[in-house]
Design a protein around this ligand. Sequence first.
Ligand code: CP
Length: 266
Amino acid sequence: MKSNPLGSDVLKRRAVALIFQRHSTRTRVSFETGIVELGGHPMILRTEDTQLARGESIRDTAYVLSRNAAAIGIRTGPDELVRELAQYATVPVVNMLTADHHPCQALADLLTLKENFGELDGLKLAYVGDGNNVARSLAIVGALAGVEIAIAAPDGYQLEPVAGAELTADPYEAVKNANAVYTDVWVSMNDSPETAAARSEALHPYQLNDELLAAAAPGAIALHCLPAHPGDEITEQVLYGERQRIWDQAENRRHGQKALLELLCA
Ligand code: CP
């Protein structure tokens, strides 16, 4: 998909419904552009513009969207809502982010690793910071691809045991021999702003900076799913430095999702 962006018209004259119940920059632009490149029409549905905002059920929404679209994407909070949508939809449903998962981001992350290192199997990725939806999806998708995942987070911010990921409180232990060091914001869309000060204090030792990156494997790259807060979870030097592949990662959202849509809709 990346080397031949217009090589598939799997969505020719078909629409994909994209429900946004949360803010987005990358997810929206990458899905919109990707669907157009596949020959289709991205049907953007912001909740407040639909009958969902006036109480229409997910079940009825699933029935109607399935009669009009080749696939449905949804960005929301509760995972149960996505499961319910998938239960009643008769077309594929794609999770474009929930409180617990961000699988499309993980696809882009694997593509970024693959184009940097050639093979995925045997690589190690260290995630440092908040054990959130991005970390969980990396653990799950990484395990499927043979990528060892280590997650360093402080007490109270660590993931539950998931997909065999190594869980530690020590960021330097996590990055040992890691080919990529990854972080994400400390206050996500699903976190209460009132917790920001406490989160910042607890997570500050997990900042992705030059010192931490130097403790990873030689040639390790820095990753971040964005949006970034330079000076908090990542330093400006790393975010814009030579070892980051963060902007490739953002672009790779489009290519990974196009491959997913071709797989689901062909
Ligand atoms: N990484 C990511 O999901 O970005 P957006 O929130 O801008 O879509």
